[in-house]
Design a protein around this ligand. Structure first.
Ligand code: EPU
Length: 420
């Protein structure tokens, strides 16, 4: 029987919750390791569905690793990687499997993979990746399983790549692929998420020459070799933002620690303009019970309002006075979860796949819900925590993909949530 969450709503929370290492940083480092033959010790590693799948990909390629869950450490030895074919079933488990393509292409001169899977939140094409690989000198052959990339001459060659749309993993992929290419690569219209600068810092520590990561133009001078180094996974800004909204929505004072408040970009100022009260330190945020009003948002690339926090924000807006519009500008399939909030009693009207109108406040009633993807899934957990009665959430492997032992951490704050 698949696991479910059973939640009894209405509990006030108190205490401290610590933020774990960032999924969307750890995943990138795991792919970057394919560029090197030297061991890497990763500290503050989040043991979640997606990172375990990425470790499985590395193992399948021939890498060895040791894990210590207690200490949150993984030691990976990529020197035995000996396969240039990415397993189709593993690749289909997560979108970020595409990040292995560039480093594998550089390592073996070719790579075979299928179309990546991951959260169903929109079409999520990979055209900008393929375009970038071609510009760096790869040939693409489409086949039954997916596609094969092959280096046309002996080595990839530096190029100018302009991203027609801002892409986080696209920026990271081209940065990783270019570090061992010949000559200079210039990436323009890059994403500026903090995880990108952290990836560049790691690669530079290993011998790469990357300038400008974290800005919209990145310059990479190709080098001959990437060595190994240790890595500490930065705090997960999306987990931090989710917990901040959880404090506000339950009207509780909770301390969220081991986070970088600055990495939340527009989220804190927008919540403050809605009336939220916080105490903010260098690495913690304390939420204070606050009377909020509705404020419309548009999700935007960093430092704009993160699309990954749109679903908890939508839920928050069902609980406050007034009307607002939530405009999801990045993914065309990321608002459909709102239907399930409507079954609980929320007043939400969908205008088109990118826009909803929310009228609040509304009282929510516990229901049987199904987690459609990671971020909508955690939002359903929060919805269950404020609903009257009990809520059951199915498909919770989606939530486990990004949040480690979430029920235990919420129980510590006083939530009534069980995994059954
Ligand atoms: N896009 C294309 N073509 C491409 C690549 C992207 O059209 O070749 C489009 C996408 O469909 C989307 C937009 O460009 O409309 C931006 O997508 P982006 O490539 O930036 O998203 P991503 O890199 O696949 C990462 C995070 C997501 C997060 C987005 C946006 C990782 C592993 N994933 O995805 O995180 O929502 O950036 O910030 O870093 C999550 O953690 O739950 C999650 C989905």
């Amino acid at each position: 029987m698949a696991e479910k969450f059973l939640i009894n709503g209405g509990k006030k929370l108190s205490g401290t919750i610590s933020v774990n290492g960032a999924k969307n940083s750890a995943l990138k480092i795991l792919a970057a390791l394919v560029l090197s033959n030297e061991k890497c010790t990763i500290n503050n590693f989040p043991f979640i569905g997606d990172t375990l799948d990425a470790l499985e990909i590395l193992k399948n390629l021939g890498a060895n690793y040791e894990i210590d869950k207690e200490k949150k450490v993984v030691v990976i030895d990529p020197s035995s990687i000996n396969k240039s074919h990415l397993d189709a079933l593993l690749v289909r488990r997560l979108r970020s499997s595409i990040l292995f393509a560039g480093p594998m292409l550089v390592r073996f001169g070719e790579v075979q993979m299928s179309h990546p899977g991951g959260c169903v939140i929109g079409k999520r094409p990979i055209d900008m990746f393929l375009d970038g690989f071609e510009k760096l000198g790869a040939k693409i052959e489409f086949n039954d399983e997916g596609f094969k990339l092959k280096i046309k001459d002996k080595k990839l060659k530096g190029a100018k790549i302009f991203f027609s749309q801002i892409t986080v993993t696209g920026t990271e992929e081209m940065m990783m692929t270019a570090v061992l290419s010949e000559g200079k690569t210039i990436l323009q219209n890059c994403a500026t998420e903090p995880e990108i600068a952290v990836l560049a810092d790691y690669l530079n520590k290993c011998g790469a020459k990357i300038k400008g990561a974290g800005t919209s133009t990145i310059e990479i001078d190709g080098v001959e070799k990437i060595s190994g180094s240790n890595f500490y996974v930065m705090p997960d800004r999306i987990e931090a933002g989710t917990f901040v909204i959880m404090g506000l929505i339950t009207n509780s004072e909770i301390r969220i620690e081991n986070c970088v408040p600055e990495h939340l970009g527009a989220v804190i100022p927008i919540l403050e303009s809605a009336g939220a009260k916080f105490e903010i330190g260098e690495n913690y945020i304390i939420t204070r019970p606050s009377k909020l009003k509705a404020i419309s948002i548009t999700t935007h690339e960093y430092p704009g309002f993160a699309t990954d926090l749109q679903s908890p924000y939508t839920l928050l807006m069902t609980q406050v006075d007034g009307q607002c519009i939530v405009h999801e500008s990045i993914f065309e399939g990321r608002l459909f979860f709102a239907d399930q909030l409507v079954t609980m009693g929320a007043n939400i009207t969908m205008c088109d796949p990118h826009r909803i109108v929310i009228n609040g406040p509304t009282k929510l009633i516990g229901k049987k819900l199904t987690s459609p993807d990671l971020r909508a899934g955690i939002t359903m957990v929060l919805a269950g925590m404020i609903a009257k009665g009990s809520t059951t959430i199915e498909n919770i492997f989606q939530i486990d993909r990004g949040y480690e032992k979430i029920e235990e951490r919420l129980q510590n704050l006083g939530a009534d949530i069980q995994r059954i």
